[in-house]
Unconditional design. Structure first.
Length: 338
């Protein structure tokens, strides 16, 4: 991230911690519910609704920039099925944002030339061919394996893989790390955590608590050894002590970390509804930015019913926006451009 944007984000974070001032510095934007994969634990593609038309999407990004958004995280569904995705990225960059994307990588070879302005991409990689395709569908492994070296060789683009740990792939952590090492990129890990609006029944994929803790211990050990694991040590230790992995949220803080959802970051759903985070989609009231404007929709986010969760990205954000120096330094290191 450019020093200018780092300084802007730092000032807004400091203002929030000193005064409680809200600012949507970090927005996750679902540009579609559509997807070209069939992930076993995801039901986002089954949700109804059309994509936001491109002119309205660009206007929405303008409103985010005017409200103080510095980082825009594009996700879905699968962003690369959206016809105007290149223009969405370019427009956000013109408005001074740091732009990231979560992708399954299936269409990266065909579409990456449109994304020259992108700052950071994260590809879904769930281990070996067998475990990846058990989670994400037949034929997906070769496509993401093809996408990774193309992205890793792109100047100015930071690249991660993201592995969702399930019963199918706990034994493949070293395989994922080796892939990251081979291409000079970073790998991140998360557990199953989506609500029942976004995810499906996890009974056949959810490891028992101790199996998850053993996997987290392995990640902590490998990170201490220097493996290119993007997940911060603060997050891994936080997750290691999570009381019950089958319950992704809790009312009270965990390890003293306050949730900043709805105050420093938010999630814009594919229909324009603005939620505190993706775990709140369909679970709380949400004003629609296309109807009332983004700033008003953000300001009207209701108080969240939880203060702790097992989500990787939200926990990392909560540490960063609580001004945790160790987490901030790790985040800066792992998002640095090649």
């Amino acid at each position: 991230m450019q020093l200018y944007n780092l300084a802007r984000m730092g000032l807004q974070t400091l203002a929030h911690n000193l005064t409680g001032k809200k600012c949507p510095v970090n927005v996750m934007l679902a540009v579609t519910n559509r997807c070209n994969a069939n992930c076993h634990y995801c039901q986002i593609p089954s949700r109804p609704g059309d994509d936001i038309p491109l002119p309205k999407m660009l206007q929405l990004i303008d409103e985010m920039a005017d409200a103080g958004t510095i980082r825009l995280g594009i996700w879905g569904g699968e962003p690369l099925v959206v016809d105007g995705i290149g223009e969405i990225v370019r427009h956000a960059k013109r408005r001074g944002m740091y732009v990231t994307m979560d992708s399954n990588g299936l269409a990266w070879r065909e579409r990456h030339a449109e994304l020259e302005a992108l700052d950071h991409v994260t590809f879904a990689l769930d281990g070996t061919r067998e475990t990846h395709e058990a989670n994400r569908g037949v034929g997906t492994y070769d496509r993401v394996k093809d996408a990774i070296p193309i992205a890793a060789g792109t100047e100015g683009l930071a690249v991660w893989t993201l592995t969702v740990l399930t019963k199918n792939n706990l034994q493949t952590i070293d395989t994922v790390i080796e892939e990251a090492e081979a291409h000079g990129i970073h790998c991140a890990f998360q557990i199953l955590h989506h609500n029942d609006v976004m995810g499906t029944n996890h009974d056949d994929m959810m490891p028992v608590n101790e199996a998850y803790r053993t996997a987290i211990d392995q990640l902590i050990s490998r990170k201490k050894q220097g493996a290119p694991i993007a997940s911060s040590m603060r997050y891994l230790n936080y997750l290691r002590s999570w009381p019950d992995f089958q319950k992704p949220t809790q009312v009270e803080k965990h390890r003293g970390v306050s949730c900043k959802a709805g105050a420093m970051y938010c999630n814009v759903d594919a229909d324009g509804a603005v939620y505190a985070c993706s775990l709140m989609v369909g679970k709380s009231e949400a004003a629609n930015a296309l109807e009332v404007g983004f700033k008003k929709a953000f300001d009207s986010i209701p108080p969240i019913p939880c203060q702790g969760c097992s989500s990787a990205c939200f926990t990392e954000y909560n540490h960063i926006y609580s001004l945790d120096p160790a987490c901030i330094l790790e985040w800066m290191k792992t998002t640095r451009h090649r």
